[in-house]
Design a protein around this ligand. Structure first.
Ligand code: SF4
Length: 336
């Protein structure tokens, strides 16, 4: 029965994601395909050093999950916790989403993820975890991700051990930011991760230009190493992004493929997000929709300014947690 429910969730989510790519008024006015909980303000692949950590309003986050599922049915839930240790409140939220049949993906950099919390993460029903590791060199890891190599690699080892211990079907991804400076150690990171038991290695394109890793021959090297999401389109995107200064997210709309130029960014139809303080948004780079007080859907339905800003956005982003949709690149477990 659970597999049937998960398959239905996956099909609905995919249909909404594709429909969100239709021109307005259809595309931008659909129900969101996924819910994102930003416990930490950074997007995976960005550096979390010096970020401000707010204490989450757990009751609002809980309420947003319950309301979304009651009104729109089960949907994928992403939990962003890069640079922030998972605590009891986060585990309760994940358990709640899991019990409501929402597949939950946690994006972490391994901060505070030891053997005890890894076991708890598996026990509360998380479907997949992506841990960001940029390098086996501590200086590079700190500069690109913001924590230490030991923290990140120990988290992957702890998750793999907890999964094996419990025989749980949780997927484990290594998220590799393709930022300048990661290339000398990249083969070592991928080899180590495969030995540690990750299911896939996936590339995180930098959110902004000005820091993209080298591209000559490297895309071939990464493909040969089995890294996912190095298709022709992402390669082309990275090339354009590498010429950007980094002032704005993504690449200019005019430099994106024709079909992406002709439609608005699908981010509004793709995701509804709420941060630790209860601010609701779809795109993290435009002014938000507003603060959730008692209903996340009311904020969504009343919004026009955020939606207009997205419709008129002159940029195009290609990041697995944003406009590409609520998924890790590559294969999902059953039900995604
Ligand atoms: S609206 Fe879309 S393309 Fe524009 S900044 Fe936001 S995510 Fe990027």
């Amino acid at each position: 029965m659970r597999i049937i429910d998960r398959t239905r969730t996956a099909m609905l989510s995919t249909a909404r994601r594709w429909a969100a790519r239709l021109p307005p008024p259809v595309g931008q006015h659909l129900s969101p395909a996924s819910l994102a909980l930003h416990l930490s303000p950074v997007i995976p692949g960005e550096c979390s050093a010096n970020m401000e950590i707010a204490t989450p309003d757990w009751s609002l986050l809980r309420q947003s999950i319950v309301e979304m599922v009651a009104e729109r049915g089960a949907m994928p839930v992403q939990v962003f916790t890069v640079g922030r240790a998972l605590d009891e409140g986060a585990f309760r939220i994940i358990r709640l989403a899991h019990r409501l049949d929402c597949p939950v993906v946690v994006w972490s950099d391994g901060t505070g993820l030891d053997s005890t919390s890894a076991a708890e993460l598996v026990d509360v029903g998380c479907s997949a975890v992506a841990v960001t590791v940029a390098s086996l060199d501590d200086d590079v890891q700190r500069a690109v991700v913001g924590n230490s190599v030991v923290e990140a690699t120990d988290a992957i080892v702890a998750l793999a051990a907890a999964r094996a211990d419990r025989g749980a079907p949780i997927r484990l991804h290594l998220a590799l930011p393709w930022s300048a400076g990661v290339e000398p150690e990249v083969r070592g990171v991928i080899g180590w991760a495969n030995q540690a038991g990750v299911d896939a290695v996936t590339i995180l394109s930098p959110v902004r230009g000005g820091q993209v890793g080298p591209l000559e021959e490297w895309t071939e090297v990464l493909r040969d190493a089995g890294v996912e999401n190095i298709g022709v389109e992402s390669e082309r995107y990275l090339r354009v992004l590498s010429n950007e200064t980094g002032g704005q997210p993504g690449i200019p709309k005019a430099s994106s493929p024709l079909r992406a130029r002709l439609r608005p960014c699908p981010v509004v139809g793709t995701r509804i997000a709420i941060d630790a303080k209860g601010t609701v948004f779809s795109c993290p780079f435009h002014p938000p929709m507003g603060r959730m007080t008692d209903s996340i859907l009311t904020v969504w339905q009343k919004d026009t300014s955020h939606r207009n800003a997205v419709q008129q956005c002159t940029r195009r982003c290609r990041h697995p947690t944003l406009a590409l949709g609520p998924r890790l690149p590559g294969r999902w477990p059953i039900g995604f």
